[in-house]
Design a protein around this ligand. Structure first.
Ligand code: CP3
Length: 358
């Protein structure tokens, strides 16, 4: 481990210690908003760019160099480990993952095998090279959570209402649980590969789980996500989904150290829902980046102020950077967050001695 990592503002906030500045990174910070990314990707398929260490390393580094973010996120996609276990799929520009043969019955579920580190030697290599190059900047590994992976596999591609996914979940719960168990095993193995190769933290993306009620989340999803988080060695674990206002407490309970919050819930309200002992990450609305800078700046300050209610706060957007975003706005946000004083925080923090006998 690089000695400078122990002073990392990002890791301090995740661990609910006092950071030297409010840490900031952006979901989808690597990607189409950056001209240098578009140039590198010319004529190269998305899956190929995730499996070629020269490209993966360079694309992961681009936003860190350009913007000075406090963490790098490994450049990959949630479906990369599924392709690595032989599921026939592609990532189509402007659409997202497309599955050749959607998974809709027991036989198809039973064909999904586990992931071995030998399936992804290039991922181990890319992470190792990145950790070396990043030095004191932490690398975040990630995976898709079982529900969101299942949604792509069952629907065959992106979906608004997740109709077929819910049909399987409610109609054949035993097949559903088998599917989520297998996807959880793959996600856990993929995260372990990244942590073993040197990633300092992980994020489990359950982007579409906000489609479920709290009761159904607890019954059909949470045990599987909890198993994934429990299987990851001792690094900070971030758990994020979109539209998950009703699920934030349960997503924390699933075993997250940091709960990712989208822009629909004020961070101070999110802290109430999540309860003590967790940090939060978020939550500037990514569409706000298209408004005049004075508006953006005011909202950045609001997010930092609201995040002060948490025992730890990692500044981020409420979801990924949109492709049309002006990257200079991202850089200005990083500068602004870094210049703001680190807010006073509530008690219960890991570096605050608890007074005895009161
Ligand atoms: O910088 C980073 O955050 C790392 C890169 C990253 C990608 N995918 C690269 C990518 C990450 C963290 C992901 C995760 C991912 N992939 C999620 C969870 C995060 C989220 O946004 O909720 C999901 C749901 C997917 C599935 C997926 N893959 C979608 C919805 C899309 C976008 C479709 C489109 O083209 O608009 C993809 C493709 C994808 N993944 C791209 C990138 C840079 C665009 C493809 C390209 O550049 O050709």
């Amino acid at each position: 481990m690089h000695p400078g990592l122990s002073d990392s503002p990002f890791l301090a906030a995740c661990n609910r210690r006092t950071p030297s500045r409010t840490p900031v990174w952006f979901m989808r910070q690597a990607g189409r908003a950056l001209p240098e990314y578009r140039k590198l990707r010319e004529g190269v398929g998305m899956l190929e760019s995730c499996r070629r260490p020269d490209l993966t390393v360079e694309i992961t580094m681009q936003p860190v160099r350009r913007m000075g973010t406090d963490a790098a996120i490994f450049f990959s996609d949630i479906v990369v480990p599924l392709a690595a276990v032989g599921i026939d799929l592609d990532i189509v520009a402007g659409t997202g993952p497309v599955i050749a043969e959607p998974v809709r019955d027991r036989a198809a579920v039973e064909r999904i095998r586990a992931l071995e580190p030998d399936d992804v030697p290039d991922i181990t290599e890319s992470v190792g090279r990145l950790v070396e190059e990043l030095g004191a900047t932490p690398l975040i590994g990630f995976a898709g959570a079982p529900f969101t992976l299942a949604s792509y596999l069952v629907e065959g591609g992106p979906s608004r209402n997740h109709v077929r996914t819910k049909e399987l979940m409610y109609g054949q719960p035993d097949v559903w649980h088998d599917l989520l168990d297998r996807l959880g095993t793959i996600a856990a193995a993929y995260l372990r590969v990244q942590v073993d190769a040197g990633a300092s933290a992980i994020q489990l993306f359950d982007s579409w789980v906000g489609a479920l009620s709290l009761a159904d989340y607890r019954r059909y999803v949470m045990p599987h996500s909890a198993k994934v988080l429990a299987a990851v060695p001792d690094v900070p674990k971030i758990h994020f989904g979109v539209g998950t206002g009703e699920l934030l407490g349960a997503m924390g309970e699933a075993g997250a150290d940091v709960v990712g919050v989208d822009w629909r819930v004020e961070l101070s309200d999110a802290v109430e829902r999540i309860g003590p002992g967790k940090a939060v990450q978020g939550n500037l609305d990514p569409t706000l980046l298209f408004t005049p800078w004075s508006v953006v700046e005011g909202k950045v300050r609001d997010v930092v102020a609201s995040g002060a209610a948490a025992e730890g706060h990692v500044f981020n957007l409420g979801h990924g950077v949109l492709p049309e975003t002006d990257p200079d706005v991202l850089t200005r946000i990083v500068e602004t967050v870094h210049q703001l004083p680190v807010p006073e925080r509530p008690a219960g923090r890991t570096d605050t001695p608890v007074p005895a006998g009161r």
